[in-house]
Design a binder for this molecule. Structure first.
Ligand SMILES: Cc1cc2nc3c(=O)[nH]c(=O)nc-3n(C[C@H](O)[C@H](O)[C@H](O)COP(=O)(O)O)c2cc1C
Length: 263
């Protein structure tokens, strides 16, 4: 599959950070229109996964079932990451598709934060015409982050310090001997967002292809396969930036997918 925004999305990987406090300023209509067009166009897995723009996000969207703790405040808009409930490979497809919109927003100078745990799924389902067969797997606030890092972000999310990232050799053992495109891919995946910053993706080279899998047992609330889908897009953008073309094939079991280079 070709990604038309390949270069701007690849550059956005380096500047994206999860932000949770927003300045409440509404986004201009033309900006929202452009993002909505991107939601419509970037559907690499057809009906399986899509992203819905929520032009005016009610604050209650970011409230967990247990009460007000959601950590997100002041977001004027939101993204809802939607997929066909329980379908095979849906989590990875939602992660991949949603991260496209996260990087598009980042490239446009906007801030985001994947929220898989602390959001109100019932409110989310009522927004933006979610179908009966669909489920909102995660959401993101969308807007301009409040200037600076707020005290809450500093204290609760340890922001303002370098984000902990697993070493390349941990997520991709032996990558020193891999082709340049595969290394560029795992370098882009290394800084992908993941729930609780757990970075569960592991990469291995197998007969000239790269396989991404989820480490350890899966977690029910936010599946590691969703994290894997996000990392798949990062990997692909890195590999393509190094000149490789290729396609993803979904896999079963602990392996999430295989990137098969063209030619
Ligand atoms: C699938 C997914 C679910 C997440 N859920 C939450 C959440 O419920 N609440 C939250 O504050 N952050 C959430 N995050 C944000 C992560 O904590 C954040 O991406 C991670 O700490 C890495 O930081 P970075 O995005 O700045 O690189 C989630 C991220 C992902 C990918």
């Amino acid at each position: 599959m070709m990604i038309s925004q390949q270069q701007s999305w690849h550059e956005a990987i380096g500047v994206r950070h999860a932000r949770r406090s927003f300045d409440a300023t509404s986004l201009p209509t033309d900006e929202l229109d452009a993002l909505e067009a991107c939601c419509r166009e970037f559907r690499p897995f057809g009906d399986l996964a899509r992203t819905v723009l929520v032009r005016e996000a009610p604050q209650r969207l970011f409230m967990g079932v247990a009460g007000s703790y959601g950590g997100i405040s002041g977001a004027p808009s939101a993204l809802a990451f939607v997929g066909i409930k329980g379908a095979p490979h849906v989590q990875a497809a939602v992660g991949y598709t949603g991260e496209g919109l996260v990087l598009e927003a980042t490239a446009r100078g906007l801030d985001t934060c994947w929220v898989g745990g602390m959001f109100n799924a019932r409110h989310a389902a009522l927004l933006g015409g979610i179908g009966e067969r669909e489920r909102v797997y995660a959401v993101s606030p969308l807007g301009h982050a409040a200037a600076g890092i707020t005290t809450k972000e500093q204290v609760v999310f340890r922001m303002g310090r370098p984000k902990f990232r697993r070493a390349l050799d941990e997520i991709a053992p032996g990558n020193g001997a891999w082709p340049a495109w595969a290394r560029a891919g795992v370098e882009a995946a290394q800084v992908a967002p993941s729930a609780l910053n757990r970075q569960p993706w592991r990469f291995r080279l197998d007969a000239g292809a790269v396989i991404v899998s989820a480490e350890g047992v899966d977690t029910p609330r936010v599946s590691k396969r969703l994290d894997c889908g996000i990392a798949m897009l990062h990997f692909e953008l890195g590999a393509r930036s190094a000149g490789a073309d290729g396609t993803w094939e979904f896999l079963d079991g602990r392996d999430a997918a295989r990137w098969v280079p063209a030619g």
